[in-house]
Design a protein around this ligand. Structure first.
Ligand SMILES: Cc1cc2nc3c(=O)[nH]c(=O)nc-3n(C[C@H](O)[C@H](O)[C@H](O)COP(=O)(O)OP(=O)(O)OC[C@H]3O[C@@H](n4cnc5c(N)ncnc54)[C@H](O)[C@@H]3O)c2cc1C
Length: 403
């Protein structure tokens, strides 16, 4: 019998995981299309967090090396800066077991496990059509290839998602992220940040700060960096964004307008303690990213699957982006390698993945609301009020790395 011809669109986290797992079974004829160049992604990316459980699962599936490098984070304090007395006040704290991973290290480990001849880099899927039982993909606007099944792992702006759900919209959350990666040598008191996931709350949102190791291909592999991200709401008389939608854009550091940079520097000097300010000021200009999400009613329809961010797109507060992509891939591999009734089993896979992702979507929206969108006056908040507010946002749900 002919092997099932499977196309995977996107060779980042979810696409690579699907590719590696499916190619190992030797039951399929797999082609992976990635619009970027092979080496374009290794210098990009910053930090992501893994629970011990997912790290173990990735090792068991041989998706990462046994000595995969990460930093152990064990403590999660939340501060607010009392400017009048120039001091930080502890708002909340908890223990955690979280592994801080460099995105590029994870990507590199996946890439080395893919069979090079199956991955077509510089190959953007530009059109999709259906002909009888086949799904046809047009690559770079000219060449067309036919497949029995297509797995779209093409991220937040997925062409596959738009094809299945033409009315589906990406929602801008009305807040943005400023982010950067500060080399540890720029920090006067690095011990203050090691093994620690720090939150620093301020008028328009919260800064999240934790250490990570350098990317694997650069000469900074064993160096330490402080990964930081400042969530900032854009919808209340924001000086840079007269309309909330004005903030709905991503800006790379080299394109950052001087007015944005000056505004951000002013926020740093007014809203953060000297410790936090030093970290955030260590990478200027920062990156600016719009926070978005998007739901989906299915992960599968008529020989087309969605995995990772191409399915349900979740705000970063759930700490789940990469993990969700891996779980989609693990479960999909089980179905494709062992099903006797592919159509029924893919429908079931779709329902289960949709349900799991919807729970994470709801968690991320609820935490985003408390931390940013409808944030209270942090300076007026007692520890007890903070704990109650956070518990209400979690509503019985918990993070996999909470201790
Ligand atoms: C370069 C890069 C850096 C990132 N850095 C971080 C980080 O530091 N921290 C973090 O938490 N998350 C990061 N992410 C996002 C993170 O990978 C995802 O949120 C999550 O892991 C789910 O991954 P994914 O594979 O579903 O989607 P993505 O990682 O977004 O991957 C989608 C892939 O599909 C490719 N693609 C898109 N459209 C097409 C098309 N039409 N044809 C062919 N290929 C296409 C893209 O080039 C990309 O490689 C990064 C993503 C990328 C692409």
């Amino acid at each position: 019998m002919d092997k099932l011809r499977i196309a995977i669109v996107g060779a980042s986290i979810a696409g690579s995981a699907c590719g590696i797992l499916l190619q190992r079974s030797k039951k399929f004829d797999i082609s992976i299309f990635e619009k970027r160049a092979a080496d374009a992604m290794l210098s990009q990316g910053a930090g992501i967090g893994f629970s011990p459980a997912i790290t173990q699962q990735l090792k068991e599936h041989d998706l990462i090396d046994q000595d995969f490098p990460y930093l152990d984070l064990t403590y999660n304090p939340s501060f607010v800066y009392e400017k009048a007395i120039d001091q930080e006040r502890l708002l909340n704290d908890s223990k955690l077991i979280l592994y801080a991973v460099n995105w590029a290290t994870l990507y590199a480990q996946l890439t080395k496990r893919l069979m090079r001849e199956q991955v077509h880099y510089n190959s953007q899927v530009t059109a999709i059509s259906r002909e009888n039982d086949a799904i046809k993909l047009t690559i770079n606007n000219h060449e067309t290839q036919a497949f029995d099944l297509v797995i779209f792992a093409d991220g937040y702006d997925s062409i596959g998602h738009r094809w299945l759900f033409p009315d589906s919209k990406i929602n801008f959350a009305n807040y943005i992220l400023w982010r950067g990666l500060t080399p540890i040598e720029k920090i006067t008191d690095p011990a203050r940040f090691l093994e620690i996931f720090t939150f620093s709350f301020y008028t328009r949102g919260v800064a999240a700060i934790y250490p990570i190791l350098g990317a694997p291909t650069l000469d900074n592999k064993d160096k330490l960096f402080i990964n930081w991200a400042v969530y900032e709401k854009s919808n209340q008389q924001h000086p840079l964004f007269p309309q909330p939608s004005d903030a709905h854009k991503n800006i790379a550091p080299d394109k950052m307008p001087a007015s944005y940079l000056n505004y951000f520097k002013e926020v740093l000097s007014k809203e953060f303690s000297p410790f936090i300010r030093e970290v955030l000021a260590g990478t200027l200009p920062p990156f600016m990213q719009a926070i978005e999400d998007r739901d989906a009613s299915a992960y599968y329809q008529d020989r087309v699957c969605l995995v990772g961010d191409a399915g349900i797109l979740i705000r970063p507060h759930a700490g789940s982006g990469a993990v969700k992509g891996f779980q989609d891939a693990f479960e999909l591999e089980k179905v494709l390698t062992s099903s006797n009734n592919l159509e029924t089993d893919l429908q079931q896979w779709s329902n289960a993945r949709c349900q799991a992702a919807t729970q994470l979507l709801n968690l991320s929206r609820s935490v985003g609301k408390f931390f940013v969108e409808e944030a209270p006056d942090w300076n007026a908040l007692t520890r007890e009020e903070m704990q109650n507010g956070f518990s209400a946002a979690l509503a019985g749900r918990h993070y996999s790395y909470s201790k």
